[in-house]
Design a protein around this ligand. Structure first.
Ligand code: 9Z3
Length: 326
């Protein structure tokens, strides 16, 4: 193996120091014991498939955007845009493909099986008849029935674990917990990182405790770069898992170049490139060998781009499992 040059070694050193400093300064998760228990119970139940004793395929889908608090007793925060549609839809298709799913999602964002329900105003779907009867009004009754029964089905079988986060601190600590707990599954685990993750944050220790006062003029505040955890996920947390990250840009002229960079820098197996305004129509699946454009089938009612995308990724994951086990 080639020796690292000075700048590579320095970059690695800096980044592990940055990562340590990020976790050291993060407020500890309030419910970390509860999350550990839930993960353990979920993996005990799902690590082996019921029938043939082979390992189940498990995917951690991340979804929605992380916040960066500006005050410890937070009144204001910076947010990363993401509705959670991508993560919620993808979760449904992974479940349909036989995966079990850990859905790490931003509180309040789109949930699996809720996409066809009217978002606003939700209560207008229902009619109160009497104490023991609530009726779903037309034209929503079919959508509500499907959503409830599909969701109930995966919850009863214990195939879906939902873990909510809000801040960048919660998200990265939870991702680390999930990743290290999936390590034993080797190549059968997959990470599908669709959450929009903050690039900059205010370290907890230098953050104002109370609401920043507006009387003292313009706000001057410096943000620190969030260390890139993708490389650590690949190298340390879950080295055998199949890792898919997303690259989001608003300028399509730099999108594929940035996706290529992410692929090689963080050693992802796949980077899914998407442009903000067309993200629900087309994505490009970038690997070391090829760039495949995946589009929503506009001829089919209700079809979305996640359907063909997940089919393609499931195929690629199957090859990764075979290659890793041979
Ligand atoms: C994405 O690019 C997702 O596809 C979207 C989905 C956030 C655009 P919606 O939730 O949108 O359906 O509304 N996610 C990844 C964005 C991201 O933060 N990527 C990082 C980067 O580009 C790498 S981890 O640097």
């Amino acid at each position: 193996m080639a020796a690292k040059n000075g700048s590579e070694a320095a970059e690695e050193h800096t980044s592990s120091a940055e990562i340590r400093s990020f976790f050291d300064s993060a407020p500890p998760l309030k419910n970390s014991l509860e999350i550990t228990d839930k993960l353990k119970e979920f993996l005990d139940k799902n690590s082996l498939s019921a029938g043939d004793g082979r390992a189940n395929r498990i995917v951690c889908v991340t979804s929605g955007g992380t916040t960066v608090p500006l005050e410890q007793r937070c009144v204001r925060y910076i947010d990363n845009f993401a509705s959670g549609h991508r993560g919620a839809a993808s979760t449904e298709y992974f479940l349909k493909a036989g995966y079990v799913v850990i859905f790490l999602y931003r509180r309040g964002t789109c949930q699996p099986y809720c996409r066809s329900l009217p978002a606003d105003p939700f209560l207008e779907c229902f009619e109160f008849i009497d104490e023991s009867h609530i009726k779903v009004r037309e034209p929503h009754s079919e959508a509500v029935k499907m959503a409830i029964s599909d969701h109930q089905n995966v919850v009863e079988k214990g195939q879906l674990l939902k873990l909510p986060f809000t801040t960048i601190f919660e998200y990265l600590q939870m991702l680390q917990m999930v990743a290290t707990s999936l390590r034993g599954l080797g190549p059968h685990a997959m990470f599908y990182l669709a959450a929009a993750v903050s690039d900059f944050y205010v370290p907890w220790k230098s953050m104002a405790e109370h609401k920043i006062q507006s009387g003292s003029g313009p706000l001057d505040m410096s943000l620190v770069q969030v260390p890139k955890m993708l490389a650590v996920l690949r190298k340390e947390w879950a080295p055998f898992a199949y890792c898919i990250s997303f690259k989001l840009e608003t300028d399509k002229n730099i999108l594929l170049k940035k996706a290529d960079m992410a692929l090689s820098k963080y050693k992802m197996h796949v980077v899914v490139a998407n442009e903000l305004s067309t993200r629900n129509e087309e994505v490009v699946v970038v690997t070391g060998d090829e760039k495949v454009s995946v589009c929503r089938d506009k001829t089919q009612v209700g079809c979305d781009v996640e359907d063909p995308l997940i089919k393609l990724l499931v195929e690629k994951h199957a090859i990764h499992i075979v290659d890793s086990c041979s």
